[in-house]
Write a protein that binds this ligand. Structure first.
Ligand code: IMP
Length: 449
């Protein structure tokens, strides 16, 4: 059966901890979208591994799959695999032949376009990993897939078609002097062919590529459990998020079907678990109605939460913006994903405050609304209708994790039960500290099927 783990907010909800915990019961852990924009930290046997592409399950001895919906930078992939191997692990990672490859020019163009947009308010604050430009080429039918890299002739043909276009774009539109820049090789067919043909050889020799849908279908037929590991979050989904301040893929649960070749009816029979952070954090740009930035007191509160929650980008190290939990955002996520359960992380971070608030609804044009408007401009016009909760004290969270749900301070439980009611899904787990063991697990989605 399948369990799909999805970010309910803006990414960085702490999905990795739950993937770690429930992934123990899975045989295969599958990423279905995104690429090396997704920072996750995996802890195993006391060692910490910072990964951005390799599925975290691969560190725990599971088969890790990068589905066709992913965009794969082979350089990052092999760097991460080599580092894991140097540390004595033997990760088994397979890549969908239908997944698209990120090429060096994608990264360069991502950086240039963000730079150009920085004069307006359109910059998404991307990770500059070339994610958007690679998905653009996929949709434009000029991308290079992992399967293309297995055949030198196909690879060369594809490069010869696309690279001159990229050169023109960089030079004619963006005014980059390629020859005299550090990026000359990124736009050179021969240099790209040499590098990517070598990656292709490694893919072939290490038998790393699969026909993803077939591979996963066979594993399901054999009775294996699959865990789909969403990266980023619902509100930065290209369709359901706060466009254009979004990533270029579908982190929502539907992406798990499209991005792997496992049918939606199969995924729909499984569990879809939304991961919620007890407040909001955001690395990118764009509006954020519940943001704590209105006055000095709010900014101090944001600083406190940022430090306590370690809210700095895993991939980029950028300090994250902080806000109160946004319930309309969660209602939207519950609908778009069809959550069968949720996990709420970081409730310990809010302990010891004078007052805890949530954005319960929005006020827009004098009316109260309960879900997110479909345009980001309208979302930016929303004023949060805040609801206050009695605060909860700082306690020994490690002891709470051991004792279970009833040991969570009563006011925090009230907060959790409110969230559960609003999204219409039960709480499967509560994160009460940064470590994996500091999680109160109430249900295992693999058991509830
Ligand atoms: P991109 O995915 O690098 O194109 O960035 C697009 C937007 O998604 C930016 O606002 C990024 O900050 C955001 N983003 C991308 N990956 C993550 C992530 O793993 N966590 C949180 N935000 C992300």
């Amino acid at each position: 059966m399948t369990v799909t783990i999805v970010g309910s907010q803006l990414g960085d909800e702490g999905k990795g901890a739950l993937v770690d915990i429930w992934g123990g019961d899975a045989d295969v852990v599958v990423r279905y979208q995104g690429g090396d924009n997704a920072g996750h930290t995996v802890v195993r046997d006391g060692n910490e591994y910072k990964l951005s592409l390799v599925p975290s399950g691969a560190v725990r001895g599971k088969v890790g799959i990068l589905g066709n919906g992913c965009v794969v930078n082979p350089e990052t992939l092999f760097d991460e695999l080599d580092t894991l191997r140097e540390k004595g692990l033997d990760p088994d990672v397979r890549i969908a032949r239908r997944a698209h490859a990120i090429l060096p020019y994608h990264r360069v163009l991502d950086g240039i376009e963000e730079e150009v947009k920085s004069d307006s308010d359109l910059a998404a604050g991307t990770t500059k990993r070339g994610i958007g430009p690679t998905y653009e080429d996929k949709a434009g039918r000029r991308g290079i897939r992992i399967g293309d890299m297995l055949d030198p002739e196909v690879l060369r043909d594809r490069l010869e078609y696309v690279v001159p276009q990229k050169r023109d774009l960089a030079e004619e539109i963006y005014g980059l002097d390629i020859a005299n820049s550090e990026h000359a090789d990124a736009f050179d067919v021969d240099a790209l062919f040499e590098t990517y043909n070598e990656y292709g050889r490694r893919f072939r020799e290490e038998s790393m590529t699969v026909n993803c849908g077939d591979f996963l279908g066979n594993r399901l037929d054999d009775g294996d459990e699959l865990l789909f590991e969403g990266a980023q979050g619902t509100s930065i989904d290209i369709d359901h998020g706060i466009y254009p301040y979004v990533t270029s893929s579908n982190p929502t649960a539907g992406g798990a079907a499209v991005g792997t070749g496992v049918g939606p009816t199969v995924i729909g029979q499984g569990e879809v678990v939304g991961i919620v952070k007890a407040y909001l954090s955001r690395v990118g740009t764009g509006p954020l109605p519940t943001e704590l930035d209105g006055n000095e007191t709010e900014e101090e509160l944001a600083d406190f939460i940022r430090e306590k929650g370690g809210e700095f980008g895993t991939v980029t190290g950028r300090p994250r913006r902080i806000g109160w939990l946004d319930i309309p955002m969660l209602r939207h996520a519950a609908r778009a994903n069809g959550f069968t359960g949720i996990a709420v992380n970081h409730i310990d971070v809010l302990a010891g405050l004078d007052e805890v608030k949530v954005g319960h609804a929005y006020e827009l044009d004098g009316e109260e609304i309960e879900t997110m408007p479909a345009t980001t401009e309208r979302w930016g016009d929303c004023e949060p209708v805040l609801k206050s909760f009695e605060p909860w004290p700082e306690v020994d969270w490690a002891a709470v994790a051991e004792e279970g749900y009833e040991a969570i301070p009563a006011n925090a439980r009230e907060y959790l039960e409110y969230v559960s009611r609003e999204v219409g899904a039960p709480i499967y787990a509560i994160g009460v500290g940064p470590g994996r063991e500091e999680t109160v697990v109430r249900a295992n989605p693999f058991d509830s099927q």
